[in-house]
Ligand binder design. Structure first.
Ligand SMILES: NC(=O)c1ccc[n+]([C@@H]2O[C@H](COP(=O)([O-])OP(=O)(O)OC[C@H]3O[C@@H](n4cnc5c(N)ncnc54)[C@H](O)[C@@H]3O)[C@@H](O)[C@H]2O)c1
Length: 256
């Protein structure tokens, strides 16, 4: 149980769903995890669960709005002062609502809010995480995109656009860091339909649930841990030769 032993990893949006499962798994595999979220009770609950499991290097919480540059500066400076290095960064925080929301009905305010969290948040994480990783001798960044990055998403217009941007931006960061010899990798993960508060929010009733289930070749919805295991691989040194890639974890939906 030591696939990331000794590593310091920051996970955003770790107060719920995929972020919480990832923080718990990384800690169980030996990492010290800095859990961040805009939702303080959720983040503290994640830290408590890691403490109860008596996992690895343990965890602590920071209140963090990933769309705000000042928050990133404070958290990364503090992390370098306290933990002394940053080996891994999981840019996982995101929003999906309102649902449904088509490009004809969406307001400019909704569009901008979506992009400020789902895209600007990832940009700021890379912008402020990379210098810290350079000081640490290298690192691995994982950006949570979505299956939506590959498909038209008529009922989630701004969301799909935001995840397409994350998919592309990840490759830019990967190429730039590789060419500059930073020893920093950057990859995206692409969850299908995962049973988290967000996943449940886009399946408002039994009819929507049944229809969605029929579209998944494996025949079941994903669990947050299914994504966490992919992120664990990308943060660990097992993926040392992997950068700029897309890890799709979707029960086969993207293969249809
Ligand atoms: N659940 C799915 O089916 C699914 C599918 C594809 C992609 N994803 C992506 O996975 C990631 C995690 O989603 P989830 O399903 O665990 O959702 P979730 O709603 O359970 O968790 C998202 C977390 O992000 C936090 N957050 C929201 N805005 C924030 C901000 N500005 N700053 C910091 N934290 C913020 C929330 O407080 C919450 O704790 C998201 O990026 C989402 O788009 C989820």
């Amino acid at each position: 149980m030591s696939r990331v032993a000794g590593k310091v990893v920051l996970v955003t949006g770790a107060g719920s769903g995929i972020g919480r499962a990832t923080a718990k798994l990384l800690a169980a595999e030996g990492a010290t995890v800095v859990v961040t979220d805009i939702n303080k009770p959720g983040g503290l609950e994640t830290v408590q669960q890691i403490g109860e499991a008596n996992s690895g290097g343990g965890a602590r919480f920071e209140e963090h709005d990933t769309a705000r540059e000042a928050d990133w500066k404070r958290i990364i400076d503090d992390l370098m002062a306290r933990e002394g290095k940053l080996d891994g960064l999981v840019n996982n925080a995101g929003i999906a609502g309102p649902f449904p929301s088509t490009f004809e009905t969406e307001t400019v305010e909704q569009w901008q809010r979506m992009l400020s969290i789902n895209v600007q948040g990832v940009f700021l994480g890379c912008k402020h995480g990379v210098p810290a990783m350079k000081q640490s001798g290298g690192g691995s960044i994982v950006n949570t995109s979505s299956l939506a990055a590959f498909l038209g998403t008529p009922a989630l217009s701004a969301y799909g656009a935001s995840k397409g941007a994350v998919r592309q931006f990840t490759k830019t960061v990967a190429m730039d860091c590789a060419r500059k010899g930073y020893r920093i990798r950057c990859n995206s993960v692409h969850p299908g339909i995962i049973m988290t508060p967000m996943g449940q929010g886009i399946l408002p009733n039994d009819k929507a649930r049944d229809r969605a289930l029929k579209s998944i070749p494996i025949g079941e919805f994903g669990a947050p841990e299914d994504i966490a295991y992919g992120i664990l691989y990308l943060i660990s040194d097992e993926s040392r030769f992997v950068t700029g890639t897309e890890l799709v974890i979707d029960g086969g939906m993207n293969a249809i």
